[in-house]
Structure formats: C-alpha cells, structure tokens
Design a binder for this molecule. Structure first.
Ligand code: 5GP
Length: 184
C-alpha cells in the first residue's frame, strides 16, 4: 500500500511572496499544489482551473453546505475554499499536498487534520510588505489598505503555526521552505 502523503498549509499576508514560493514548490517532484475555489473575480492573467476555480457565491455556498470543502473562509469580502475530494485523492497517491490559504482556513485544517504542518511566511517588515503590494500594481489604494489591515491581523496569528519563515530573499526562503517540506 502506498504511504499517504503529508499535508502542508502555507499562509502569510498577501504581497509576502508566498505565491512565488508555492509555484516554485509546485515544480518539485512528489509535490502537488491544490487549486482553491473562490468567489472573487479573476485578476489579469489568471486562468480558471489553474489559479483558482472561479465560482459565483450561490454555487460556492452550495458546495460548502454539501461538505465539498476541507475548509473555507471569507477574506477581504470574498469566499475561498479548498476542494476536499481532489486533495484527498492526491494524499492517497502519496504526494505531499500544499494548500496556500489564509489563517482562518489554516486553523480549520489543523482542527480537522492535526497532522498537517502549518507554515507561516512573513515579510521582513510591514513597510516592505506595503511596497511590494504597491509594486504589484493590480489593486486600488482602497484594496491595498484593506489587505494591509488584514496583514496586521494575520501577523498576530503566526504563533499558531508550526513554523515561521521570513521571506527576506526569495532563493534563501525557497531553500528553507523546501527543506522543511522534505524533512517533515
Ligand atoms: P488572493 O485573492 O490574493 O488570491 O487570496 C487572498 C487570500 O486567500 C490569500 O491569503 C490566500 O492564501 C487565501 N486563499 C486562497 N485560497 C484559499 C482557500 O482555499 N481557503 C482559504 N481559507 N484561503 C484561501
């Protein structure tokens, strides 16, 4: 029988670079990155089924009510959830599964599946985070302010994680992340 894969949760404020770190992890053998469902609209360049499964709120809430998500949460005015069946299927094949989700969802995962490893990625400072969010150029000042406020709340949650990793330098942070996933 194949040994079951390990489940990893990666969280951190938006703009911290976790998306880049997670896409690099996705290229490693034996690692599968889950695709979440969301009610937010696609950003420029995002592809349905690759970046997210984009759903309207009614369909999302119906899937949630049927137990179709391992966890789901509302964040910044939109719903986000991890589809349960595909994640289970990948764990069953022995792959390591990565969920890139926010802190409320991470807490739900830990409660349901205590063996999951929770990794929090933090920026070197809040000033640096704001600069990165502005540099991305995809969102209005209001949306950036909302994300920064959310980031402050999220940073207070980092103690609940098994590991905290500072994204000061992408290559260094990636090597550390890879090592933690490989050695878990
Ligand atoms: P964004 O809109 O920037 O893509 O994502 C906003 C936040 O939602 C990020 O912190 C991201 O990690 C989180 N997120 C993405 N997918 C999920 C999910 O399936 N569940 C939860 N709880 N959060 C998610």
């Amino acid at each position: 029988m194949t040994e079951k894969g390990k489940l990893f949760v990666i969280s951190g404020p938006s703009g911290v670079g976790k998306g880049t770190l997670v896409s690099k992890l996705a290229e490693e053998p034996g690692i599968w990155v889950s695709v979440s469902a969301t009610t937010r609209g696609p950003r420029e360049g995002e592809v349905d089924g690759e970046d997210y499964f984009f759903m309207d709120k009614d369909a999302f809430l119906e899937k949630a009510a049927q137990g179709g998500f391992i966890e789901w949460a509302e964040y910044s005015g939109n719903c986000y959830g991890t589809p349960a069946d595909v994640v289970q299927a990948h764990l069953d094949t022995g792959e390591s599964v990565i969920l890139e989700i926010e802190v409320q969802g991470a807490a739900q995962v830990k409660e349901k599946l205590p063996e999951a490893v929770l990794i929090f990625i933090e920026p070197p400072s809040l000033e640096e985070l704001e600069a990165r969010l502005r540099g991305r150029g995809t969102e209005s000042d209001e949306a950036i302010a909302r994300r920064l406020a959310a980031a402050k709340v999220e940073l207070e949650e980092k103690m609940k994680y098994d590991t905290v990793l500072v994204n000061d330098d992408l290559d260094r942070a990636f090597e550390e992340l890879k090592m933690r996933v490989r050695n878990a």
